[in-house]
Design a protein around this ligand. Structure first.
Ligand SMILES: [Zn+2]
Ligand SMILES: [Zn+2]
Length: 135
């Protein structure tokens, strides 16, 4: 079972998996949303994902033209997971919220054209200039 929570503990989530992909997204929206150089994302099936606790949804227009929806704890502001309208079968868990950080090991980096030099990871990652489907 994949589990995680926000900083204050008011929101918890779980997924039986499987983990479908593990990537780091360096798009500017992810940088601004996280205050960091990118967001590490673990994709899981939406049908079996469940969360409890008070969530606020922040919607921005994604690169696909559909809304990128970020789910945030109302109480502490932690970014927890995405529910993109462009991929309604997926939940994209923000890996920093996982209970077991070993659940996540990225194999690819997206939007490296927008990645700041200080945010490159010392891992062998497949690097995509944008989304893999857009190249
Ligand atoms: Zn919280
Ligand atoms: Zn992104």
């Amino acid at each position: 079972m994949i589990t995680g929570r926000c900083l204050c503990g008011a929101v918890r989530y779980e997924s039986p998996g499987p983990g479908l992909f593990s990537i780091v997204c360096h798009c500017r929206d992810c940088q601004r949303a996280s205050g960091s150089g990118g967001v590490p994302v673990l994709g899981v099936p939406r049908v079996s994902f469940a969360s409890v606790g008070p969530i606020k949804q922040v919607r921005t227009k994604g690169g696909s033209g559909h809304a990128a929806v970020r789910n945030i704890c109302i109480d502490c502001g932690s970014l927890l997971f995405g529910t993109p309208e462009s991929a309604p079968e997926l939940v994209t868990i923000y890996a920093g919220s996982l209970d077991d950080s070993a659940t996540f090991l990225p194999d690819a980096a997206l939007f490296v054209s927008q990645r700041p030099p200080w945010a490159a990871l010392a891992l062998p990652l497949a690097e995509h200039q944008r989304m893999p489907d857009d190249e």
